[in-house]
Design a protein around this ligand. Structure first.
Ligand code: NDP
Length: 282
């Protein structure tokens, strides 16, 4: 039976660490602050933004939620990004995705001052990750790495398989596992023999967005299984991409959904905000 990786508990520890850092900064006259731009009325986005603001409060980070209407023009959005960029009292800027379809997401992300890019999505930070340099690491993949490290999962030389290749999760995840000296394979919708590839993995990270995509028979005995997926069942409850009940019989470590990667994403956002305030705050 797998050891359960309790993301909720680990995230609480990380938030407590950030609260200590925030208190130190305040003693030195810097109040760490995060701006969040929320465009439109997407209900899931509203929940995420509320949870982020709540985590900020717990960590002693001031948060400023900038709510913009669904009809916001690109020019209005860019002006707001510029306003936050030039405000020295705001150390982090997050644009809640997805933006309404008429807005250019890539242009918005590129406009964020990379020093305030606490999501780690700016090309400067993506490039730093690619080249193994210091930079802001994307929150979800950084959170997965923390879960692996704090659970003492052996990384060096381990065979890691990442299922999913999005810019937000799959690709940075693969690069961070590589940075930790894993031997990394990335699978996607065109991968042949996906089940056979996953069966060989010491570490499996699932970031697909399909319930029960990773079945129990795909798990190598003793593997670490990190489930990034968030899917809603017909009854409204949440589940990940992994068939949890079957996989936990074979895995060495496994994350639940909810209570696994999700809380870590927000905890790492807090860490990235404190990093930005410490490095660039005045
Ligand atoms: P995307 O939809 O951007 O990417 C999904 C990836 O899965 C793609 O690379 C796609 O391949 C791949 N995929 C889809 N179908 C298959 C298939 N049949 N076989 C193999 N690969 C497949 O999603 P995200 O990366 O943004 O998110 C993934 C999941 O993680 C979602 O459920 C999302 O809600 C969740 N998530 C959770 C977070 C958290 O904090 N816990 C944070 C962010 C996301 P291809 O590129 O070939 O199309």
């Amino acid at each position: 039976m797998a050891q359960l990786i309790d993301g909720k508990a680990i995230a609480a520890l990380i938030r407590a660490e950030q609260a200590t850092r925030a208190a130190h900064l305040k003693e030195n006259g810097i109040e760490p602050a995060l701006a969040v731009i929320l465009v439109g009325e997407d209900p899931a986005s509203k929940v995420y933004v509320r949870n982020k603001a709540r985590a900020c409060k717990e960590c002693g980070i001031r948060s400023e939620v900038i709510r913009m209407s669904a009809e916001t023009t690109q020019a209005e959005l860019m002006a707001e990004i510029e306003r936050v960029n030039s405000d020295p009292a705001l150390h982090g800027l997050l644009i809640q995705l997805p933006l309404p379809a008429h807005l250019d997401e890539a242009a918005a992300l590129a406009a964020v001052d990379w020093r305030k890019d606490v999501d780690g999505f700016h090309k400067m930070n993506a490039g730093a990750l690619l080249e193994g340099e210091e930079g802001v690491r994307p929150c979800t993949s950084a959170g997965c790495m923390e879960l692996l490290r704090r659970s003492h999962v052996p990384l060096t030389g381990a065979k890691a398989v990442v299922v999913g290749r999005s810019n937000i999760v799959g690709k940075p995840m693969a690069l961070m596992l590589l940075e930790a000296n894993c031997t990394v394979t990335i699978c996607h919708s065109r991968t042949r023999n996906l089940a056979d590839i996953v069966k060989n993995a010491d570490i499996v990270v699932a970031a697909v967005g399909r319930a029960n995509f990773i079945t129990g028979d795909m798990i190598k005995p003793g593997a670490a299984v990190i489930d990034v997926g968030i899917n809603r069942r017909e009854d409204g409850t949440l589940c990940g991409d992994v068939d949890f009940d079957a996989a936990q019989e074979k895995a060495g470590w496994i994350t639940p959904v909810p209570g696994g990667v999700g809380p870590m994403t927000i905890a790492m956002l807090m860490k990235n905000t404190l990093d930005a305030a410490e490095k660039h705050g005045r």
